[in-house]
Design a binder for this molecule. Sequence first.
Ligand SMILES: Nc1ncnc2c1ncn2[C@@H]1O[C@H](COP(=O)(O)OP(=O)(O)OP(=O)(O)O)[C@@H](O)[C@H]1O
Ligand SMILES: [Mg+2]
Length: 201
Amino acid sequence: MSALLEVRNMEVVYQDVILVLRGVSLDVPEGAIVSLLGANGAGKSTTMKAISGLLASELGRVTHGEIRFAGHRIDQLKPQERVRLGIAHVIEGRRVLEQLTVEENLRAGGLGAARGPEARRRLDRVYAYFPLLKALRRAVSGYCSGGEQQMLVIGRALMSAPRLLLLDEPSLGLSPLLAGEVFRTVQGVSRAEKLSVLLVE
Ligand SMILES: Nc1ncnc2c1ncn2[C@@H]1O[C@H](COP(=O)(O)OP(=O)(O)OP(=O)(O)O)[C@@H](O)[C@H]1O
Ligand SMILES: [Mg+2]
């Protein structure tokens, strides 16, 4: 059985000249949580952006190797096509849509299912995992605490019903207690939904 995500011998270049990654290979099996380790500037976020397709918006390109997801070659697909296949990327830095409420942020993550019964079902599932978000659903997200915003961006990613979650430094700036809580919730979702997670701590 091949893994859900397979990265093979990948090379990434920014702006056609800056070689950042070479010969990167990794597997994320179905339902597994895989942690990516490395020093600052080693290329962890770049690896995640290559997988989600966000690299293009930073003038980066996969110039060698391949990325396969659920058997499909995905490294030339647009980011939105990868989301539809089931890849959700929580980028570094808790980027909430500050002017919108918690629930509006969540709905924004629902793709075509922003309204209607499917959106409701996904919202309820996110609220079950993060009860705090339910209590805060009418709060303006820009005023939420760092931990609340981290839960929100993870919840928003879950709204696209992903099979693979890319989580970039979710505990940055959180207390160890809160970071532990966020991680345990992610672990719970992974078990319950057979969600695969690629994590940078
Ligand atoms: N948009 C970009 N254009 C050019 N170079 C970049 C760009 N983004 C990142 N880099 C360079 O690529 C290298 C890897 O950066 P990356 O952010 O992937 O590392 P990281 O492992 O996530 O680091 P950190 O632990 O600090 O988050 C660094 O040398 C960085 O300066
Ligand atoms: Mg990084």
